[in-house]
Design a binder for this molecule. Sequence first.
Ligand code: UDP
Length: 362
Amino acid sequence: MKKIKIVTVVGARPQFIKAASLSRMFAQTEQIEEVLIHTGQHFDMNMSDVFFEEMEIPKPAYNLAINKLGHGVMTGRMLEGIEAILLEEKPDLLLVYGDTNSTLAGALAAKKLHIKVAHVEAGLRSFNMQMPEEVNRILTDRIADFLFCPTDIAVENLMNEGFDKFDCDVVKCGDVMQDAAFYYAQRSADKLSILNKLNLSKFGLVTLHRAENTDDKHKLTAIVNALNYVHANLTPLVLPLHPRTQSRLKDNQLQLNLHVIEPVGYFDMIELTKASTFVMTDSGGLQKEAYFFKKPCITLREQTEWVELIQAGVNVLVGADEAKIINAANQIIGSSLLDFDKELYGNGHACQTIVKHLLDNF
Ligand code: UDP
């Protein structure tokens, strides 16, 4: 069998986590050679390097160091940089994850050069075209040749958009983040725990970074007020603070009065999630990790791509509404009758399914 040369583009924190399991499997597969491009979208030690180190992700062959720019300039520069590498590397396939500018730039650069495109985490929709992520994922899906979907609903979304009539493979494979959670949960247990440092027994874990919240002063203020209230009156909250949120809080002179810590690595994040009583977040990935570790989740958004969590009754959407956030926290603390046993995201074999499909179809 001919060797398949794959160029993978990553750039942001959730993509490092998604790539970790699939890159490991590619490395174990004789017929696959993978070359990694890091666009540099996230670049700090605690937003990038820590994931490559602790999750043993292969060192990227290229780092484009493109960051801290507006959407247009960032995507344009990535497109240019990735195209030059593709012309040099001449891969059989370009693989991208999720919904960032790096995802779209990678897919577009490859498609214009007639290189096949694989999109992992295809078919997700929030149906909110104001979100840059929604634009990126819809455009990437449309030009992808292999659409690897994490859930039944993702497949359904694509069928509703007519993908059964396009010349592409739509494959339900489960969620690569579940593969990562299963694999690394065992390894992170050996590590000196962040919990010792925090010295807390009961707490809610919070993350907040989505532009729709951080870039809207009204929403950000409501969320900050609600979090401060919950921490002061209901239960301690721990929040590893995303750099974008940190700078928006400063711009708007807002103060979080809870356990704010630096962004943490994936192993620490698993420890925190496992030890928390509930999760409050606007992150896509963390909503599912809450489920993997059987924690209820309050989602600080108006919509979610992970609709099955809402249907299962383990996740509630509260947007940026102060009263709704506090009310949800009140209800969720102490709730114990939730069912986390449905297999919503596959069984940790998403990467295997992806590799098999690629080997069978090249
Ligand atoms: N995460 C992490 N450290 C942190 C905050 C989040 O490792 O301080 C992980 C989290 O566990 C999840 C991923 O980052 O696996 C989610 O990324 P993010 O929330 O940045 O993006 P999204 O999932 O919303 O695209």
